[in-house]
Design a protein around this ligand. Structure first.
Ligand SMILES: [Zn+2]
Length: 207
């Protein structure tokens, strides 16, 4: 998928993650403020995996992206690289996201305010990255399940009859337009959520 489609997927993921966090009291940060942070960081997380393109095709030519791009290419990656398009690597970062802020807080390295902000930033990033992997699974190239193996996870074949599922075609345009509508619906629900009584979204024990 292209960056505009990855961005719209990142919005729905961020809103859903924000609502789940709110209903399970995962952060003490104000709900609407946490939604705002999640949305902003999730977008960055969704654009980050495709920094593995050759440099001239990377959209945001920032210093940070240049460094990430060089690291990926030096270690043998090319587009849909194992470094940024593997579910196991994403899961490892998810694990770090889950435990690092609490670890640093318990060690006295950061205070409670910084722990909460760090958590939100990491959760936003991992949410956006996850949305990227999910939407790339809606293309025939798919994403790696594990970084050391070429096996790809994907939800669609190369084509069904005349309908092709490739990036940049009518399938992607359909995804983009559908997700924009879904984002409006989820956006309205997320704004109203604190006023809707007794709605349970997800119970996440130990979170
Ligand atoms: Zn990608």
């Amino acid at each position: 998928m292209t960056s505009k489609t990855h961005k719209v997927y990142s919005v729905s993921f961020a809103l859903i993650v924000g609502m789940v966090m709110y209903k399970n009291n995962i952060t003490v940060v104000n709900y609407y403020l946490s939604l705002l942070i999640l949305l902003l960081i999730s977008k960055q997380g969704a654009l980050f995996p495709d920094v593995d393109h050759i440099w001239k095709n990377v959209k945001e030519k920032t210093t940070v992206n240049w460094i990430i791009n060089k690291l990926i290419h030096i270690t043998g990656g090319k587009h849909r690289s194992w470094q940024t398009h593997s579910i196991d690597i994403w899961a490892i970062f998810g694990f770090i996201t889950r435990f690092l802020p609490n670890y640093l807080y318990n060690k006295g390295v950061i205070d409670i305010v910084n722990k909460e902000v760090l958590s939100l930033v990491l959760i936003g990033f991992i949410s956006g990255w996850g949305s990227h992997l999910f939407s790339d699974m809606l293309t025939p190239e798919g994403v790696r399940l594990v970084c050391w193996n070429n096996f790809k996870l994907k939800f669609v074949p190369r084509a069904v009859g005349r309908l092709k599922f490739n990036t940049g075609g009518s399938w992607e345009e359909f995804n983009y337009k559908t997700m924009r509508i879904i984002n409006i619906i989820i956006g309205v629900i997320s704004i109203l959520l604190p006023f809707i009584p007794n709605i349970t979204i997800l119970i996440t024990p130990n979170m």
